[in-house]
Design a protein around this ligand. Structure first.
Ligand code: UD1
Length: 420
């Protein structure tokens, strides 16, 4: 098991490059199952979740070749298996994203039923309803979702009862090879949905309306291979900008446009940061000032992303003033609070809200990561704490941040990885 050791107190200064988006790369990799031809993917981040998805694809018979870092060639021509096993699904819920593509291409899929996870119960009922509406028959047996569509899938007019990113992705991928037209209403509007739709269109699919709440897909009989570069990771970029704000520093992230960060940049401005942007870069400058605490309520895009909630909670613990951070997407996603308290943070949880009264400084302490974004928030807390913070269970952070200690080191942070 590895740990991160951080000695806090350094202002982050410098420039780094945004990695490819985890939340776009995973569905795009799953979508390669829709074709028997080769897809060449660029800007694929080197992350544990990505290697888990590649392992899953390989176990289905897909040929995966990575000749150089961040480039993956995926050939699903020889895919024969339709079973996503428990051992892989339990380590990554996004494995459920192979359900739609397998069903659409092979008329059959068996995917281990994803259970709850640390941040909440995270049901998949809407993924199932959308696929059933397209004509799939789905039952559970021995902990597996067994899906079949003997006569193929048919287009459908389907309305999601709740906005679901994964559900929209699964339905969109299945509809790409279904007979006729599909309309997905109350669809998720996240930029990663747009990236997946663009990838599908590059493969020859007919998807329109991505980025709005109504996505239209005209099914085609086959999709082909293509070359595609995954979008930059807005959550990773946002995490470094928040770390810069918390340490009163100045950081520029290259390779991403400010438009992708949207409301996150608005909140950073509200904190007192100066934000400068170019077509392909964003810079945050705190001019050495202490940030002001900001209230946040998470919501589906274009609202404030749940994946940035923990990082802003960490920022609020060292900012000036009191603030409320309310999590509306997942029922158990304020777990970072307990560990932050161990670092001296003044933080109280009331139902779905973290209430903070900012302190000028936290104290370093041994803490434990509980999920991906909670780990990022502990790193931010460690960067502003007096003395040494040791973060255990950092496999959570390796799921979603490429070379986080390397990137922070280039910004001047005192952080290192140790084998515990
Ligand atoms: C969610 C986030 C996404 C984030 C990802 C990883 C939203 C809307 N989605 O995507 O931004 O990147 O976590 O942290 O912010 N739900 C159901 N039934 C379903 C599917 C979902 O009730 O079949 C509910 C969930 O319990 C949750 C909400 O819908 O309350 C949104 O979930 P969903 O978008 O599907 O989760 P992810 O795809 O994991």
């Amino acid at each position: 098991m590895q740990s991160l050791i951080i000695v806090g107190g350094t202002r982050l200064e410098g420039t780094l490059a945004a990695s490819g988006s985890k939340n776009a790369a995973l569905p795009i990799l799953a979508a390669t199952l829709l074709t028997g031809e080769t897809c060449q993917l660029g800007r694929v981040p080197q992350l544990r979740d990505v290697s888990t998805m590649l392992t899953l694809l390989s176990s289905l018979g897909v040929q995966v070749v990575s000749a150089e870092p961040n480039c993956v060639s995926v050939d699903s021509g020889a895919a024969t298996q339709i079973n996503a096993p428990y051992d892989l699904v339990k380590t990554m819920r996004a494995s459920i994203l192979v359900l739609g593509p397998l069903l659409a291409r092979f008329g059959r899929a068996e995917v281990s039923f994803p259970g709850g996870c640390a941040i909440g119960s995270r049901p998949v009922d809407l993924h199932i309803s959308a696929l059933e509406a397209m004509g799939a028959n789905i039952v559970t047996d021995g902990g597996y979702l067994i899906a079949s569509a003997k006569n193929g899938l048919s287009g459908v007019d389907f309305r999601f009862g709740t906005v679901t990113v994964g559900g929209t992705e699964n339905a969109m991928m299945a509809a790409a090879l279904a007979r006729g037209d599909t309309i997905l209403r109350n669809a998720a509007r996240e930029p990663e949905i747009v990236d997946l739709a663009n990838f599908l269109n590059q493969m020859g699919a007919k998807v329109s309306g991505q980025g709005t709440d109504t996505i239209r897909i005209t099914g085609v009989s086959a999709l082909g291979g293509c070359a595609y570069s995954v979008m930059p990771d807005r959550i990773e970029a946002g995490t470094y900008l928040v770390a810069a704000a918390a340490t009163r520093g100045r950081v520029r992230v290259d390779g991403i446009s400010g438009a992708l960060l949207g409301v996150v940049l608005d909140k950073l401005r509200e904190c007192g940061a100066t934000i400068n942007e170019g077509e392909d870069w964003v810079e945050l400058d705190m001019e050495g000032k202490r940030p002001r605490a900001v209230d946040i309520v998470t919501a589906p895009f274009p609202g404030f992303p749940t994946d940035m909630q923990a990082q802003f909670t960490a920022l609020n613990t060292v900012a000036e003033g009191r603030a409320r951070v309310t999590e509306t997407i997942f029922e158990n996603r304020l777990m970072q609070a307990r560990e932050m308290k161990r670092m001296g943070a003044n933080i109280v949880i009331e139902a779905d809200t973290a209430i903070t009264a900012g302190k000028a400084v936290l104290q370093g302490a041994p803490v434990m990561a509980s999920d991906l974004r909670a780990s990022a928030s502990l790193i931010i807390a460690g960067l502003v704490a007096d003395g040494e913070t040791r973060i255990d269970r950092i496999y959570h952070i390796d799921r979603g941040y490429e070379d986080i200690e390397g990137k922070l080191q280039t910004l001047g942070a005192n952080i290192r990885r140790i084998d515990a």
